[in-house]
Design a binder for this molecule. Structure first.
Ligand code: SAH
Length: 244
């Protein structure tokens, strides 16, 4: 049988197209991001960068941490919205912008050691762990401390140390800390935390009872310099702070 040159070219071309299609079956889907990555990108640019967060490392960490894995299943699809969300035990995971803002304000270096008071879901600790070598986080509700520790381990955030206890007392064995981030609201600054802040260290806290102001402190020559940033609304700090 004689095949014309033209037919041969058509057959070879068709075969090549079929082979390429077989080799890359999901080419289209491969270029499309999954819903959560798209939602995260939108969250970062429309809520966080749009409001003035510029630190590339913070932005990258917020793009990476899968926030929907830190909220209860029913709230998964809301995880990238511009608001705090309920977790268990009547506590909340903070609004994404506030997490980014607090993280940026404490000006972390990769060699810094950070203490978080108020582990909650573990989300803020996960973000911190992408920026520094050592993250210590304390939670006063035992069930939350346990579930956050399990979640962080399962998701591979292996450098975060979680402790069940009252963050008012800090973590003396691991002190001093280059930065301390308090994610529940005390009526006044817990003195043990001030003592556990390193020289040059930064401490950020939603300070106040009914009305809270996000406040940044820097320890310079043993003295705290204070900067008030913005009004916020966090759950109150519990435990020893209520007795003092
Ligand atoms: N950072 C968390 C959200 C914090 S919600 C996240 O990323 O999900 C505030 C948390 O602080 C709550 O879980 C609450 O139980 C905890 N908390 C309140 N008082 C505390 C205290 N004295 N010591 C440690 N944790 C405390």
């Amino acid at each position: 049988m004689k095949i014309s040159k033209y037919k041969l070219v058509v057959v070879l071309f068709t075969a090549a197209v079929v082979l390429v299609a077989l080799a890359c079956p999901n080419q289209k889907n491969k270029n499309e991001l999954p819903w959560d990555a798209l939602a995260r990108k939108d969250m970062v640019y429309s809520q966080i960068v749009a409001r003035g967060v510029t630190d590339e490392r913070v932005i990258n960490a917020m793009l990476k941490v899968e926030r929907h894995k830190f909220v209860p299943k029913d709230y998964e699809k809301l995880a990238y919205g511009d608001y705090p969300l309920p977790i268990a035990e009547e506590q909340t995971i903070s609004q994404p912008y506030i997490v980014a803002l607090m993280t940026e304000k404490i000006e972390l270096k990769s060699t810094d050691k950070v203490l978080e008071v108020g582990t909650g879901s573990g989300y803020q600790a996960a973000v911190l762990s992408l920026l520094v070598d050592g993250v210590y986080t304390i939670e006063i509700i035992e069930s939350l401390a346990r579930s956050a520790a399990t979640r962080l381990e399962e998701l591979g955030f292996l450098t975060v140390e979680v402790r069940y206890g009252d963050g008012f007392l800090g973590w003396p064995e691991a002190a001093p800390f280059d930065a301390i981030i308090i994610t529940c609201a005390p009526s006044k600054l817990p003195q043990p935390l001030v003592e556990q802040l390193a020289e040059g260290g930064r401490l950020i806290v939603p300070l106040g009872e009914d009305f809270q102001i996000l406040t940044l402190y820097k320890k310079v020559d043993g003295i705290l310099e204070k900067e008030e940033i913005t009004p916020v609304l966090f759950v109150p700090m519990k435990g020893l702070i209520e007795e003092k």
